[in-house]
Each structure stands twice: as C-alpha cells, then as structure tokens.
Ligand binder design. Structure first.
Ligand code: AP5
Ligand code: MG
Ligand code: ZN
Length: 214
C-alpha cells in the first residue's frame, strides 16, 4: 500500500498513520517528524527548517523533496509506505509523481482527513507528544499516567508550533498552499475523503473502510 495522508494540521494524520503503519507493516514517513528530529539534533537542515516551522510557514520545497526521495528509496519501503504531511504544495505533488514514475510505481490512494478549523484549534491545544513519536491528547487520548508516555515512559511535552497564534498561521498556510492538492488528486482519481470523527477509533473505522475499497 502506497498511501498519502492529506489533512489540515491536527486533522489526525499522525495518529492514523501510526495505526496504519502497524496494521499494514509499512513505514510511516512524516516530514514534520524528520524536521523535528533534525531540530533536536541541531543539524544544518534543522536550523533552516526551524525558522519556518516556528512561524507556521512551510519549509521550502528544495529542502523537503530530496529528503522524501531518499527515504522512499530505502529497502523498507519496497512493500509500501505512508507519507504523512508530504506533499504539501502542488510543486511537491508534481515532484512526487516524477519520483514515483522514475521508480516504476504509483500511489494507491490519497486519503484526505477532513476536520473543521474550530475542532483543530481545540485538538492542538490539548496535544502532548513524546520523543518516541507517540501522540496523546489530554482529553481525547490521555496517557495512563499524566505527562508520561505509555510506550517508553518518556516525559510528554507540547510542540512549540502548537501555540494558538502559530496554529492559526498553520491553518492559513494549509488553506492557501495545501488545499489545492485536493483538486489535484481528485483529478487523478486517487482521492478518498473521510470525515475526522470525534473519537480516534471511529476515525480509524472510517479510514479502514475507505482503504478496503482501494
Ligand atoms: P507536521 O508535523 O506535519 O504538522 P501538521 O501537518 O501541522 O500536522 P500535525 O502533526 O500538527 O497534525 P496531525 O494531522 O498529525 O494530527 P495528530 O494525529 O497529531 O508539520 C509541522 C511543520 O513542518 C509544518 O508546519 C511545516 O512548517 C513543516 N513541514 C512538514 N512537512 C512539510 C512539507 N512537506 N513541506 C513544507 N513544510 C513541511 O492529532 C492532533 C491531536 O488531536 C492529537 O492530540 C490527537 O491525539 C488528537 N486526535 C487525533 N485524532 C482525533 C480524533 N479523531 N478525535 C479526537 N482527537 C483526535
Ligand atoms: Mg503529525
Ligand atoms: Zn514515548
């Protein structure tokens, strides 16, 4: 299964990607996670990416596309992959098409998770994350022990770009630069849209139903 997850910030891409990655046994590739790990390790890429991420803007295409190209060429992607947060611009989508064509493969599905802006602001203010990649929500998906990750016992923290002003800018960036991808993938016949539900489990059911039809 070669899958792209589309959706606004906080739509639940990462949450569903982790579940799908286990179910289909294919890697979950999040450009946001790759940037954040580079920021943490203070790499050149991390320093550049941070300037944009902290403002709620997109990291420039030229810093983003090669990372994905290298990653999907790794052997663990031979049976498929889940791209979470990439592509995010029409240019990135066109470049992805070229990369896949060069590899002699194509996407099976582009799954768009649709959630309203009001819900997103609530979700992101309650999100807590762990270094291991697990994501929680203080109300919707709390850890067993407050502030501590269920899987690795790590301390949970809030993402810097989850401050309300930054969330509002991220939503605006998404409306302007990423939403045109819905039409792009509609035209290619690969788009499936599911409504992000109030609960994670209900959303997973919708997602699995949608993917069964692919
Ligand atoms: P990225 O890390 O991709 O962030 P994002 O797209 O803004 O999305 P999020 O990770 O915030 O949300 P999500 O959809 O994964 O939701 P989650 O599952 O966590 O990118 C960060 C930044 O990096 C970008 O702003 C940009 O600057 C840069 N970047 C990344 N990729 C790039 C690219 N390709 N090009 C250029 N720049 C790029 O869920 C959110 C919360 O809601 C959680 O607390 C969760 O527990 C809860 N929740 C999830 N589902 C449900 C549900 N159904 N019901 C209730 N609660 C739920
Ligand atoms: Mg995410
Ligand atoms: Zn953890």
């Amino acid at each position: 299964m070669r899958l792209v997850l589309l959706g606004a910030p906080g739509a639940g891409k990462g949450t569903q990607a982790v579940i799908l990655s286990e179910k289909y046994n294919i890697p979950h590739i999040s450009t946001g996670d790759i940037f954040r790990s580079n920021i943490k390790n203070n790499t050149e890429l991390g320093k550049k990416a941070k300037e944009y991420i902290d403002k709620g803007l997109l990291v420039p295409d030229e810093l983003t596309i090669d990372i994905v190209k290298d990653r999907i060429n790794k052997p663990d992607c031979s049976d498929g992959f889940i791209l979470d947060g990439f592509p995010r611009t029409i240019f990135q989508a066109q470049e992805l098409d070229k990369i896949l064509e060069g590899m002699g493969i194509e996407l099976d599905c582009v799954l768009n998770i649709d959630v309203s802006d009001e819900k997103i602001i609530k979700r992101l203010s309650g999100r807590r994350v762990c270094q291991c990649g697990k994501t929680y929500h203080i109300l919707n998906n709390p850890p067993k022990k407050e502030g501590i990750c269920d899987s690795c016992n790590g301390e949970l923290f809030q993402r810097e770009d989850d401050r309300e002003e930054t969330v509002i800018q991220r939503l605006e960036t998404c409306h302007k630069q990423t939403e045109p991808l819905i039409e792009y993938y509609e035209k290619s016949g690969k788009l499936v849209t599911v409504e992000g539900r109030e609960s994670i489990d209900d959303t997973t059911k919708e997602v699995l139903d949608a993917l069964n039809g692919v």
